[in-house]
Design a protein around this ligand. Structure first.
Ligand code: ASP
Length: 453
């Protein structure tokens, strides 16, 4: 079939478009309530969850083997501290810029107001939700919050989990930081091993790493089907009326702010600090971006992000294996930006004018909480709840506000996840270049219609 002869990203894009149409047909007002409709949606959910699990299944062995080979292959630990400092600086700087963009856009566009006063329709949605919930929290909200809170932590917890008391448990629970720390120690210790056993270990980890990359490529062969299965239920549940309804302006404001960060700020950093052509980097990252969009999970996308950064952008495995796994949990520009917009939007709807100091407190909290947020769908919810609880906004019912935000969350989640992983990948390129690496983004990727794309 001609479809299978297309490049993988075209296949994924076509699957995405078909899924959007199928989702609308199967959604509210469509045929979703018929027996056939329910069967189709359930089948999609089943296939989608298998695809997500297949992506996640390679994460632990991939991270461990790539960090161990990255360090041990280098033969020395020299320069690792420098790499760490640069990485953390990059994470902090880009997250802060992202939040400030969110803050500026939400203050200029004021999505919570209508004709200069709190939008009465949105306010009514908040009040209705609050009345509906009474004292019993919305099942959807608490489910999403529970799902997202698994793995989300406070900053203190983040530091604590860095040195795991049980590495197998850390791996089983997806505690990325603990795993990264253990792998660095393991690789560093291997440098000092000599003799035959040292060679065996080295060969083993190199082979394991190659094998995991091969499995990732294998999983991606099913990406069009997986993406289709993930997107159909999302579109069916969200529905066009929710999107183009009362919350449209909020939706547009978030997308605009994310767009500025993705298409203006990060490319400027790539060009000025990294000295590379940003367009080439977009082309290099296309498959990872499409996967992030479809899965709403930076963690599940990590294997693909790593592959794109190494194979397409040409960053060394040493830099990639350090910057990306850490970035997937710690660096979340899109999430930090979203938290800020969501909180300020809520205060606008409630007619509460925040002082400059209060707004800066929100900026700070968004920066700190985005570090502890896990790279899973709807994880921002937990951070927003934490901010709501500590910000003490008059008249706010956190659960009701969350229930309203949740209505348009999934599509915004898909978009901010793209920004999250793209920022990580830009970090890898910029840091790789600053380490003097040659061959980054020097291929023929600008050739849109030819071989490179
Ligand atoms: N889904 C996002 C991610 O995985 C996190 C969030 O903002 O909810 O990167």
């Amino acid at each position: 079939m001609r479809f299978f002869k297309l490049k993988p990203h075209w296949q994924i894009l076509i699957a995405l478009l078909f899924a959007a149409v199928a989702g609308v047909v199967l959604g509210k007002g469509g045929i979703g309530d018929s027996g056939f409709g329910r069967f189709s949606l359930e089948s999609c959910r089943f296939l989608g969850s298998i695809f997500m699990s297949a992506l996640k299944m390679v994460i632990v062995p991939l991270i461990v083997s790539s960090i161990v080979t990255g360090i041990a292959g280098l033969g020395k630990m020299e320069g690792f501290g420098r790499l760490g400092i640069k990485t953390l600086l990059y994470y902090a700087l880009t997250s802060l810029i992202a939040i400030l963009i969110g803050l500026a856009v939400v203050n200029v566009m004021k999505p919570g107001l209508k004709d200069g006063v709190p939008n009465p329709e949105i306010k009514k949605m908040f009040d209705n939700k609050a009345a509906e919930l009474g004292h019993s929290p919305d099942k959807k909200v608490s489910d999403a919050a529970e799902r997202a809170s698994k793995g989300s932590k406070t900053v203190i917890d983040v530091f604590k989990s860095m040195v795991p008391s049980n590495v197998i448990k850390a791996a089983a629970e997806g505690q990325m930081l603990g795993l990264i720390f253990f792998s660095i120690v393991f690789g560093a210790a291997m440098i000092h091993m000599t003799g035959e056993s040292a060679d065996v270990m080295r060969h083993f980890f190199i082979a394991l790493n190659d094998l995991m990359i091969a499995i990732t490529k294998g999983v991606m062969l099913f990406a069009p089907l997986g993406v289709f299965a993930l997107i159909v239920p999302v579109m069916a549940e969200t529905g066009l009326s929710t999107l183009f309804g009362t919350l449209l302006k909020y939706f547009v404001v978030v997308l605009l702010a994310l767009g500025i960060h993705l298409f203006v700020v990060l490319p400027i950093l790539l060009k000025t600090i990294g000295g590379v052509n940003p367009w080439r980097h977009f082309v290099a990252m296309k498959e990872a971006m499409l996967t992030a969009f479809s899965t709403s999970s930076s963690s599940a996308t990590l294997p693909i992000t790593m592959r794109c950064v190494v194979d397409n952008a040409g960053v060394s495995r040493r830099t990639t294996s350090f910057v990306l796994p850490l970035g997937a949990t710690v660096n979340m520009d899109g999430t930090a930006l979203y938290e800020c917009v969501a909180v300020i939007f809520t205060t606008q709807v409630l007619g509460y004018e925040m002082s400059l100091t209060e707004q800066f407190a929100i900026v700070f909290m968004a920066l700190i909480t985005s570090i502890g947020v896990a790279g899973v769908p709807s994880a921002s919810l937990v951070a927003i709840l934490i901010i709501f609880k500590s910000a003490d906004i008059p008249g706010l019912d956190p659960a009701a506000a969350m229930a309203v935000l949740l209505a348009v969350d999934r599509l915004l989640d898909m978009s901010r996840t793209v920004v999250n992983i793209f920022s990580d990948s830009c970090g890898a390129v910029i840091i790789g270049r600053s380490e003097g690496e040659k061959g980054i983004l020097e291929g023929n990727q600008t050739d849109v219609f030819g071989k490179g794309f």
